[in-house]
Design a protein around this ligand. Sequence first.
Ligand code: SF4
Ligand code: SF4
Length: 417
Amino acid sequence: MGWVTEEHPTDQELDACVQCGLCLPLCPTFRLTGKETASPRGRLQAMNAVRDGLFEVDETFEHIMDFCLGCRACEPVCPGMVPYGRALEGTRAEIVAQRPSASHRLRAFLLGSLLGSRGTLNVGSTLLGFAQMLRLTELAPRRYRRLTSGLRPLRGRSDASVGHSGGSGAAGSVGLLSGCVQDQWFRPTNRAAIELLEMAGYRVEAPLAQTCCGALAAHDGKAPEARSLAAINTPAFDGYDMIVATAAGCSAHLREYAHWADDGESVGSRSIDITVAIAEAIERGLLPRVETDNGEIGIQDPCHLRHAQRVTAEPRAILEAAGYQVVEIDPAGMCCGAAGLYTILQPEASQELGNQKAEQIRSTGVKRVASANSGCEMQMRSALGDEVEIRHPIEWYLDAIEAARTRVNVAAVKDPS
Ligand code: SF4
Ligand code: SF4
């Protein structure tokens, strides 16, 4: 049957693979199984076979593609520069079109309509906060319990960032992507972003007209839903000097908006991850360096920061400016197994990768970890519990600034001269 939608992987994307195999050792699913069909090269060959009419989009093909994390660790090493993430999203959109199912319809609703509705998310998150408080989340089925055990406490959350407007604007203007669950479950991260960007002299607005960026829908092959969300965000972020997201998965997706919306290039070209914005502000002297020695901190590289955006230096620079000695957890940058819905859809592989990451963290002996992606944070907390404190690099940095200011004020009171 071949391809049936306009989302399909293009010949150019598929023909770029020269089958060298350099990507295989870096692919987490290949390392877990040793199977060619669980490798980037094998998956691209399966896509080629469908294109050429040699293979159907059947259950086997769907399983091969579902088992992929979409971590894109295969991209940076690829001599053919295969845009693997794009090809995978297109292939998954084909699967949704050619193998419709109740599961795909439910996920399309959840990733499009639910994540796009701020009111519904707010009510749901408030209820989830009560369930957490009453420890009802411990009664959830196992695959969902792993998700809820990684959440931060939701009761007594700070205010949502969406609708915020403030800051001088001397350094320029920023449109903040508040995010869907990011602004419900990770408000301290968004609040830290606002405080730091305004401290640096930016005008920061989180426009009310925005919605979910659509990353989860795109990664799951729900292309119409991803396009609808991008069509709302594109005009909402018109006019800002830069557009900033506080979760690496969201910033990576915004940077690829040229594919998802008419005039999406205008969003993509102005979008950056918050770690890049803050590291640049420190480098330009708009934000301070803390001189105190705050000890060691582990750094985890989210795949959508390290592989999709090739950003690694900036979160480390932020932590060093916060007075920390950065400890490398995993120089190879293996996926932690969070990967959007992967935790729920592929629980065994997700848990195995989460446990491997937890062991890497334990072996360093650090008690603090920085991660610039909320899904990774939840996955690691789920595996480690209270053993290690995990937060976004900008939250560690803002805390270090505030602690340094408190010390200065206390010293001034003790020594008024
Ligand atoms: S995206 Fe990740 S899991 Fe999928 S083929 Fe590439 S390296 Fe392997
Ligand atoms: S590294 Fe690139 S060209 Fe080589 S097998 Fe992997 S995807 Fe194909």
